[in-house]
Design a protein around this ligand. Structure first.
Ligand code: ATP
Ligand code: MG
Length: 411
């Protein structure tokens, strides 16, 4: 990417109603654009980071047998009436709209009902089970409060996977594999050290659900963390009985603020009952399908990472999800010429700050603000030794590499 040809620009100012530091940096660095409270556009840089987060999650979901599809956000009223969740008193975040042709529809807050109905066309026998179906899909929720930038929005990206199993035993096998895979995902995303499996309230089919909570001051949840055991308890289920059941001791727990980045749930027969999703078992007997749901919010994850891994100069992306790996600045005429050559070798990995209008100091400040992992400088001085200077955004460490060493890193 050549900055001179990019339509976005960094800015020093942010909307007055924006309070979270992640949102301020993401807006200032040109990752997102604010339409209104709780509604954002993803600009080219923001899209690249969001897509990289999505790709990591996709690879891991595929590795445990997930099949990806994409469902519509427009949902028919009838399928939600079947489960009793069409009512605004039951589901308080609905966006609903009327059809010109008559009737009403809802904008997807989640997809249990429509997917359960869809699967009725494809599941009829125990041989069709288990199935793990997922998507990256836009959800709409009329959230009362939207204050933490992209951490809580009214339109957001969700990875939602749903499991369809013959019984609880088959279900629990996948549930546990998925929980382990979630930990791997958060590791790959660079927040493994601060993300904990957390016991939270369950529902009618299991005592607990499992949340994945990332320690974060801007988070909205309170958790009680056992650092040694690497598990936590959400305050909503924190009581003597829960601690006893989980073998935890109150005085070993740390009270922390955290943001829920993922959530897995045993649904049991709730939706298969409502929508009559059944299969024939080996004896030809009709049985209900047992379900689970497994969510991650890629856009919330992006906000949490921006919040946690930033410093006073701006964003600090982990390499795996940075929009580009290198931020290249040429100084002086020979430096600019060499920068052009280096850029041409790997435009997919490099932001080349070729702006004639910006001074070197401004370029350095923008490199820091955007949080690109490595800033690369070529100047007459470095070229005298056939070298480039590389600065690590996270550690601040500066190194000189020969041109050939740098070029071999690009391929
Ligand atoms: P919360 O408790 O934060 O309101 P939830 O429990 O309603 O979230 P789920 O319905 O389980 O969330 O959604 C799965 C995931 O989607 C969450 O773990 C979170 O990462 C993400 N998510 C939920 N609501 C939002 C939102 N308004 N904006 C961005 N991401 C969200
Ligand atoms: Mg929750």
């Amino acid at each position: 990417m050549k900055l001179s040809q990019s339509f976005t620009k960094t800015t020093k100012t942010t909307p007055a109603d924006e309070v979270s530091r992640s949102a301020k940096f993401l807006l200032r660095a040109g990752y997102i654009y604010k339409e209104m409270a709780g509604v954002y556009d993803y600009l080219p840089l923001g899209m690249r980071t969001l897509d990289k987060i999505i790709q990591i999650i996709r690879e891991e979901m595929n590795s445990i047998g997930g099949e990806e599809l994409r469902m519509t956000s427009l949902q028919p009223k009838a399928v939600w009436e079947a489960s009793g969740r069409w009512d605004d008193d039951v589901m308080d975040v609905w966006f609903k709209t009327k059809l010109n042709a008559g009737g009403e529809l809802g904008l997807a807050p989640t997809h249990e009902e429509p997917l359960t109905r869809l699967m009725k066309s494809y599941i009829s026998s125990y041989k069709d089970l288990p199935r793990y179906v997922y998507q990256f899909q836009t959800k709409f929720r009329n959230e009362l409060r939207a204050k933490s930038g992209i951490m809580r929005t009214r339109e957001f990206m969700m990875k939602d996977l749903y499991s369809f199993s013959t019984d609880r035993e088959q279900h629990l096998d996948f549930y546990e594999r998925c929980a382990q895979t979630y930990l791997k995902i958060f590791d790959r995303l660079g927040i493994g050290d601060s993300t904990f499996r957390t016991f939270a309230s369950g529902g009618s089919f299991s005592k607990f659900s499992d949340e994945f909570q990332t320690l974060c001051d801007a988070g909205e949840d309170i958790i009680y963390l056992d650092r040694e055991k690497k598990i936590a308890v959400n305050e909503e289920v924190y009581n003597d009985e829960t601690l006893k059941q989980l073998g935890l001791e109150a005085d070993k727990l740390e009270k922390c603020k955290a943001a829920e980045v993922g959530n897995i749930f045993t649904l049991g027969y709730k939706y298969t009952d409502a929508l009559d999703l059944c299969y024939n078992d080996e004896d030809g007997k009709r049985q209900k399908v047992f379900m689970g749901s497994y969510g991650i919010g890629p856009s919330r994850v992006m906000g949490v990472i921006a919040e946690k891994l930033s410093d006073d100069k701006g964003l600090v992306w982990p390499e795996e999800i940075a929009p580009y790996k290198y931020y290249l600045v040429g100084i002086g005429e020979t430096g600019e010429q060499k920068a052009a050559e280096l850029y041409a070798k790997s435009p997919e990995n490099i932001i080349w700050d070729d702006r004639k209008t910006a001074r070197t100091g401004e370029k350095f400040a923008d490199a820091d603000l955007m949080g690109i992992p490595y800033r690369v400088v070529v100047s007459e001085k470095t070229l005298a030794d056939d070298k480039v200077e590389i600065k690590n955004r996270r550690t601040g460490e500066t190194k000189l590499l020969t041109l050939n060493e740098f070029i071999s890193k690009l391929s």
